[in-house]
Ligand binder design. Structure first.
Ligand SMILES: [Zn+2]
Length: 88
């Protein structure tokens, strides 16, 4: 069975969350390179779905600077871990 299926539990979910965060970071970088500002279309960081959310660029950057915050769609579980706990 393909363990890369996007529905996972426990530490697999966390891994997926971190992966999403990396992708979102890249999306942010690209949008900045394009000279866009305003909002970003990010991947939901709950690690269990493939939905997208719109987040103000400024909000994403501020949350990143402070660490410890996932961006998820309303009602999606976030889990206990924070981005900061497992990245640097
Ligand atoms: Zn989600």
């Amino acid at each position: 069975m393909d363990s890369r299926a996007f529905v996972a539990d426990g530490h697999d979910t966390r891994k997926l969350q971190l992966l999403r965060r990396e992708l979102n970071e890249q999306l942010r970088r690209f949008s900045r390179r394009d000279g866009q500002s305003g909002s970003l279309r990010l991947l939901c960081e709950c690690g269990r779905c493939r939905e997208e959310i719109d987040v103000a660029t400024e909000r994403f950057e501020r949350a990143n600077a402070n660490g410890g915050r996932w961006f998820v769609k309303d009602g999606h579980p976030v889990g206990a871990a924070t981005p900061q706990a497992t990245t640097r």
